[in-house]
Design a binder for this molecule. Structure first.
Ligand code: KG4
Ligand code: ZN
Length: 331
């Protein structure tokens, strides 16, 4: 089965053809990063207008690189939640029109679940496992029993992990996009330079939750107080110390989830899994098998959309033409 995936939830305009849920035939990503750079963040109206201009050529390129004609498609999968509504509507409406004209089914899929599906495109991963989704909008630790059966154990109670990277980078003008900039700078800094705080979420309903607002505020406002003797207040040291703390917060909760559930397989996805310290920390988890996507599949892409879309379409689950875009999940 050839499934066309379409992703337009934020600032990547992407299309991909995936065969039988795992063979990536093409993976085209047209990024808008340069066009949002002057604002140091994604401007929703600019994003949706660019998606409108680009989507047809991105889809055409995905079909051409896959070496197939659009008539050979068996179905279309498209992100319809969560994300910027104007941007989502571009992809969703395009997918509906194409599905209608080709007479094939389409399915609106959840971007967060798709991020967790990304490692399945490259590995044969048995269920159940602990899912760790860390992106610009979400930070979720869950038990994943199938591509569609996810029990949330913990989540952020305020900012998402990637959001904290982006906000710290913006405040100190470290570069855009913030996560990549901090990752790069960190390699020249010392993570022991600053003592940044860890959230105090150890009890009751919060044992698997994380928080990033306190860390972000500490990094932004109280640097002198937290600087260890003998270190300099350089951008590199700020980046390295922040990055270590931000990732350690997550890894601690993952270890706790492994102990609590006895599940020793961890699958991670989302933009922050591109982080070098995150990848090392996951690999070094003791007596745990870890999967995370290759760099191209960490951040937003349409291969993960086509991949999970195949799983739905295979069991006959489809969307109808009244399917809408949703900014949040659930809603
Ligand atoms: O999954 P994604 O592309 O989009 C969302 O669904 O949010 O994730 C984007 C997030 C941004 O916050 C970005 O700063 C972060 O992933 N990110 C990174 C790195 N690359 C991307 N964060 C830390 N280190 C990186 N290397
Ligand atoms: Zn994403």
């Amino acid at each position: 089965m050839y499934i066309l995936g379409i992703e337009s939830s934020c600032d990547e305009c992407a299309a991909s053809v995936v065969q039988d849920g795992s063979t990536i035939r093409s993976n085209v990503i047209a990024t808008q990063i340069e066009l949002h750079k002057p604002w140091q963040g994604v401007v929703p109206e600019i994003a949706s207008r660019l998606h409108t201009r680009w989507i047809w050529s991105v889809v055409e390129q995905a079909l051409s690189e896959a070496g197939i004609n659009k008539d050979e498609l068996d179905g279309i999968a498209v992100t319809n939640r969560p994300g910027l509504v104007g941007s989502l509507l571009v992809g969703l409406s395009f997918a509906k029109g194409l599905a209608w004209s080709l007479g094939v089914p389409f399915i609106g899929v959840d971007h967060i679940r798709a991020h967790l599906y990304a490692p399945h495109l490259e590995n044969d991963i048995p269920y159940p496992y602990l899912g760790l989704l860390v992106s610009g909008g979400h930070t979720v630790i869950s038990i994943v029993r199938s591509f569609d059966d996810i029990e949330v154990l913990g989540t952020t109670i305020d900012d998402a992990c990637g959001e904290a990277f982006d906000k710290v980078a913006k405040y100190y003008d470290l570069g855009y996009p913030g996560g990549i900039a901090i990752d790069k700078l960190s390699s020249q800094g010392d993570p022991k330079a600053f003592r940044f705080p860890s959230p105090n979420l150890h009890k009751g309903d919060h044992v698997f939750d994380v928080s990033y607002s306190g860390l972000k505020t500490a990094v932004i406002n109280q640097l002198d107080q937290f600087l260890n003797p003998g270190f300099d207040k350089t951008k590199e040291n700020i980046a390295a110390s922040f990055q270590k703390r931000a990732i350690d917060i997550l890894i601690k909760k993952v270890k706790r989830a492994v102990e609590f559930t006895g599940i020793r397989t961890v699958v991670a996805g989302g933009g922050v899994t591109a982080n070098s310290y995150m990848r090392t920390s996951l690999t070094n988890l003791h007596e745990v098998t870890t999967y995370y996507p290759s760099m191209e599949l960490c951040t937003d892409n349409a291969a993960m959309i086509a991949g999970i879309g195949y799983q739905y379409l295979k069991v006959g689950e489809t969307s109808d033409f009244s399917e809408n875009a949703k900014a949040r999940v659930p809603s």
